[in-house]
Design a protein around this ligand. Sequence first.
Ligand SMILES: Nc1ncnc2c1ncn2[C@@H]1O[C@H](COP(=O)(O)OP(=O)(O)O)[C@@H](O)[C@H]1O
Ligand SMILES: [Mg+2]
Length: 245
Amino acid sequence: MRVIAVANQKGGVAKTTTAVTLAHDLARRGHSVILVDLDAQGNVSPCFGLPPSPGLYRLLLSLVPLEELLVEVRPSLWLLPSDSSTAKLKMILAAEPYRETVLARALALADADYVILDTGPSRDLLHDNAHHAADEVVCPVAVDHLALIGVAQEMETLKFVRDHGHAVEMAAILPTFWDKTTNESQINLEKLVQKFGDLVLPAVPRTTRLREAPALGRTLWEYLDPNHAAYRAYQRLTERILHGK
Ligand SMILES: Nc1ncnc2c1ncn2[C@@H]1O[C@H](COP(=O)(O)OP(=O)(O)O)[C@@H](O)[C@H]1O
Ligand SMILES: [Mg+2]
C-alpha cells in the first residue's frame, strides 16, 4: 500500500481537484484506492455528488472501524468523507499522546493499493498527521508569484518530518492554473523548473471545464475530452505515480 498526500499550505491551488482526479485515475486503471478527506471544509464528498459527513472524525476517535466508514464512490474507489466535525477533531486530538501519528495508525490496517490524502490549507495537526502517514507527497501549485514560496514551505515540512524519523519524499510538483495569455504563468513555471527540475510535471491549464465537473458530481475523466490539455496533464501525474517518470 502506498500513501500519497496531496499538500500545499496555500488554499485554492487545486489540491482537492488533484486528489480526486489522481484517486479516480488509479481506480480506473484497476487499483484499489481509498481517498481520505482531511479538510474540515469537506470538499471531496460534493465532487462525487454527496453531502459532507463525519467519517474522518469517527475514524480518528476510534468510534467506528474504517471499513464501515468507507463509501464506494466509483468502482475500486472508496471515500472516507469529512465535514465541519474535523475542526473539533483537531482540538480533541491535540490532547492525545503521539497525536501526529493517529492517522498513520488508523490507516495501518487499510486494505488498498493506494491511499490518497486530500489535505487542508493550514499547517495544523491534521497536516502533520497527513505527512506522518504519507510515503510520498504531490504538491499542486498555482503558477502565480507565490508558487515558489508554497513549494519551499512544503519542502521544509518534508525535511522536518524526515528529521523526526518518518521517511517521506516529494513525488511530483504539479503546476496548475497555467494561463498561456499571461507572462506571469510562464515566468513562474520557469522558476519552478529551474529550482526543482524533473520533479515539476507539465502544467495543468486554467479551464472552466475543471470548475464545472465537480458541480455536476463528475470527475475530470468523465467530463473532459481526452485530447484536452488538462486531461493529458493529469494523465502524466498518474504515470509519474505509477512508473516514477
Ligand atoms: N485547472 C483549473 N482551472 C480552473 N479551475 C480549476 C482548476 N483546477 C481547479 N479548479 C477550481 O478551482 C477551485 C479551487 O480548486 P480546489 O481543488 O478546491 O483547490 P484547493 O483544494 O487547493 O483549495 C475549485 O472551484 C476548482 O474546481
Ligand atoms: Mg481542498
